[in-house]
Design a protein around this ligand. Structure first.
Ligand code: HEM
Length: 491
């Protein structure tokens, strides 16, 4: 017994001496942070175990809990990787725009087994080339052509909503809509895939993210082992195999089409054509699958969840919903929504922006510092990770008076000069921001306008504070919001 205690004590001393020796620079920095050095750093997990105190093991609950008990900024150790967690707009601006902070924060490594070769996680040098290549798929001439796609898809959804009750899982419903939009708008393989197959990929994106929590909270566990042995990992392996099978089939069909019809490689290339063509380091099959899988999830979960949050907010604020309705009727009336209508849907756009302010659907972004970075008041050491909570940044009363109020007028053209750009970054900021922002806005504007002109949206909810938020990569509410879509012509 005494020998065991001695051995445990000895190993603990060796661990901490080694820890302090290796991390001295980060420890010194962490002492300068307002909340200093607080929860004990444990072997294998660092501070990850504090997630158990926050009531729910996910990143957003953890942030909200830490904010309540400590306040931003705070230190966090993911195993022995130091993370500086902030909501400060000035520091966020420096980090997001610094040329030595382009690579992702260390916690993204947990997602490498799915997205390692995608534009999201490739290291800086490779990323620059891919970004330059893929950005051409989001140019305005391409976006113009997608307006009719989103109009038609939203009309189909409206017909569906007229005939069925909104399913209980509203996030899944809009995720399925968004993934169809992605396949139709970005890949041209929708002709070869049934709605069921496209929606299956959308469901897999949601299910995999739910299961990934268990990998993130066990930072000591190798993803390979998790995938092979743990029930959640085994499920993820199966789900990814299924989605890969669907994507491979679509890619094969598209390749055939491109070989038969060379002019498809014309000026306007969709995302999949860009993946298959030259210019992105001639991606091999696995890399193309990772790119498609990543963009499919980046495009669908974000817009899907953002649509849900917008509809929930409009259901709580009937007077704002009426203003959106009146604008849509004035600008579009009963005709098809066209690309020319979009700039005139100013209030509708403002409502979407305000919803993204209150509910940034990708709520935490992180970068790693490749060199010492001067944050103005302190220098964050090379090798640290910096994570920014967009939820807290975008509800900071310093920038947003009455921050919890849903007030789209903040984003009307006449008020936009009052907004500090770095206090609002739902699409991230700096060189590695969201490449799909213009597309997301077109899709959401067409969808919100079309849905609001056909339905009155109501719910039993009274305030946004009723919801518990949770996130792994994207954010949703823990409880399913309960919205009713009642056809306006039947009211
Ligand atoms: C409401 C909708 C959306 C939101 C809020 C959103 C948000 C974001 C954020 C915050 C990032 C950056 C993460 C970081 O800095 O680490 C990002 C990256 C990205 N997003 Fe989006 N996104 C949306 C829609 C889309 C759509 C529709 C697409 C594509 C069709 C897309 C494709 C991407 C890609 C490819 C990246 C990685 C860019 C790079 O690393 O260069 N996103 N998105």
């Amino acid at each position: 017994m005494i020998i065991s205690l001695f051995l445990i004590g000895f190993c603990t001393c060796v661990f901490y001496l080694h820890f302090v020796y290796r991390n001295w620079r980060y420890l010194k920095f962490s002492w300068q942070v307002k909340n200093g050095f607080w929860y004990p750093i444990l072997p294998l997990v660092g501070n990850m175990y504090v997630g158990f105190f926050s009531g729910s093991l996910n990143a957003m609950s953890l942030m909200q809990w830490l904010d309540k008990i400590k306040g931003f900024p705070f230190n966090f150790w993911y195993v022995d990787n130091y993370m500086y967690i902030i909501k400060d707009a000035k520091e966020a601006k420096i980090i997001m725009n610094h040329p030595k902070c382009v690579n992702k924060a260390v916690f993204y490594d947990r997602f490498k087994f799915v997205f390692e070769n995608s534009i999201f996680l490739v290291p800086n040098k490779k990323w620059k080339k891919q970004r330059k290549h893929f950005v051409t798929g989001f140019k305005s001439n391409i976006l113009k052509n997608t307006v009719y796609v989103y109009h038609n898809l939203s009309c189909q959804m409206i017909e569906d909503l007229k005939s069925v009750e909104m399913p209980k899982d509203i996030f899944r419903y809009f995720q399925r809509y968004s993934i169809r939009s992605f396949f139709v708008g970005n890949t041209g393989i929708s002709e070869y895939l049934s709605s069921f197959e496209m929606e299956k990929v959308g469901d897999i994106v949601l299910d995999v993210q739910d299961l990934l929590y268990s990998l993130v909270v066990m930072p000591f566990l190798s993803p390979k082992l998790w995938l092979a042995i743990f029930p959640a990992g085994k499920k993820v392996t199966k789900l990814l195999e299924k989605s890969t099978e669907i994507v491979i089939y679509g890619i094969a069909q598209k390749k055939k089409l491109l070989q038969e019809n060379q002019e498809y490689f014309g000026n306007s290339k969709d995302l999949l054509e860009l993946c298959l063509g030259n210019g992105a380091d001639n991606l091999d099959q696995d890399e193309i699958i990772q790119q498609v899988n990543f963009v499919a999830s980046a495009a669908s979960e974000t817009t899907g969840n953002a649509l849900v949050f917008t509809f929930v907010l409009l259901s709580i604020h009937q007077e704002i919903q009426e203003k959106v309705y009146e604008e849509v009727m004035e600008v579009v009336g009963d005709k098809d929504i066209t690309h020319q209508d979009l700039p005139n849907l100013k209030y509708t756009e403002a409502a979407i922006y305000e919803s993204l302010r209150l509910f940034p659907v990708a709520p935490i972004i992180g970068r790693s510092c490749e060199e010492d970075i001067d944050l103005g008041t302190k220098i964050i050491p090379k090798g640290s990770s910096c994570a920014i909570s967009l939820l807290h940044l975008q509800r900071d009363p310093q920038y947003w008076p009455d921050p919890s109020k849903f007030d789209p007028s903040r984003f009307l053209p006449e008020n936009q000069s009052k907004i500090n750009p770095i206090s609002f970054m739902p699409f991230s900021a700096g060189p590695r921001d969201c490449i799909g922002k213009p597309q997301a806005l077109v899709m959401m504007k067409v969808t919100v306008a079309n849905v609001v002109r056909h339905f009155k949206i109501t719910s039993k909810h009274k305030s946004i504070d009723e919801f518990t938020l949770e996130s792994c990569l994207t954010m949703k509410t823990k409880e399913n919001p309960n919205c009713r879509f009642s056809a306006r012509n039947k009211l």
